[in-house]
Design a protein around this ligand. Sequence first.
Ligand code: NAD
Length: 317
Amino acid sequence: MAGPGQKVVLITGCSSGIGLRMAVMLAKDEQRRYHVIATMRDLKRKDKLVEAAGDTYGKTLSLAVLDVCSDESVKQCVDSIKDRHVDVLINNAGIGLVGPVESIPIEEMKKVFETNVFGVIRMIKEVMPDMKKRRGGHIIVVSSVMGLQGVVFNDVYAASKFAMEGFCESLAVQLLKFDVTLSLIEPGPVHTEFEAKMIQEVRQRDCPGADPDTVHYFKNVYLPSSMDIFEVMGQTPDDIARCTKKVIEAANPRFRNLTNPMYTPIVALKYADETGGLSVHAFYHMLFNMGTLMHISMSVMKYLTCGCLRSRTISPN
Ligand code: NAD
């Protein structure tokens, strides 16, 4: 239970990746300002979190079951919190999807929207009314750079994050009237299970329904450059957790928080040309005409940035 003066922080999707590191970083706050309720679908997957939490487990960190895709699970979890009082809600749970659209069943696409969009909305609907009544609270949504700029072969995932950006832009205005803050965290690539799962899954997939040229562009052009980008530009889950903690602690939290400054120019490109042509063509050239050059540039960057970035290998841990 939260002690006097401690903020209750509820986080979704804490069994791995960014959510796990956010939970641990907030629970280990030196001033013990937070009581973290770290949630996951299945408590059988708690071991990594419990180990990382160390002696904060049972003190400033507690666990709860929560599946963002289930009304019942979300309600049960929030009802189990004393007075249903949540000061900070971090919507972190999410799933990825990559590949040629023709090869992805609609049901799989719906799962992405069910988790990344309706999962977040379900959480907000459950927690927001109490925050509005109390005239206070902070809702954080882990979006993505892909919520601002689409990326080839990530069509459905990007669409789900764009949907959340629109939802949050709209809701933030109303919430201001109730002194409730809404912030978006927009990471670029991050080394987590997300990426490992995606690459493993995609390599095995034979993309039924997609023509051989598309499969070739996907597997032999897009995937290698995506892996290069992850290796050179990828942040760690701790980087994202640190950025999120700063947002929670800011006197006036920003609405948009790009975690990786290397992506600022890419987003700026989009707004520099209202026809949209500049970014569509820039991405086209980067992928299809400059693939080899990009690979060489990335290798040079890897060399120049030495071990500090190169050591961030793809790892589910
Ligand atoms: P991850 O796969 O390690 O973590 C996602 C977590 O969400 C997992 O613990 C998973 O079990 C959980 N989850 C999935 N469906 C759920 C459900 N229905 N209910 C509750 N939990 C559920 O990946 P991650 O990179 O840590 O992803 C966290 C967030 O960061 C996601 O929203 C993702 O879209 C976003 N993000 C990730 C990256 C990246 O490159 N890894 C980049 C930008 C944004």
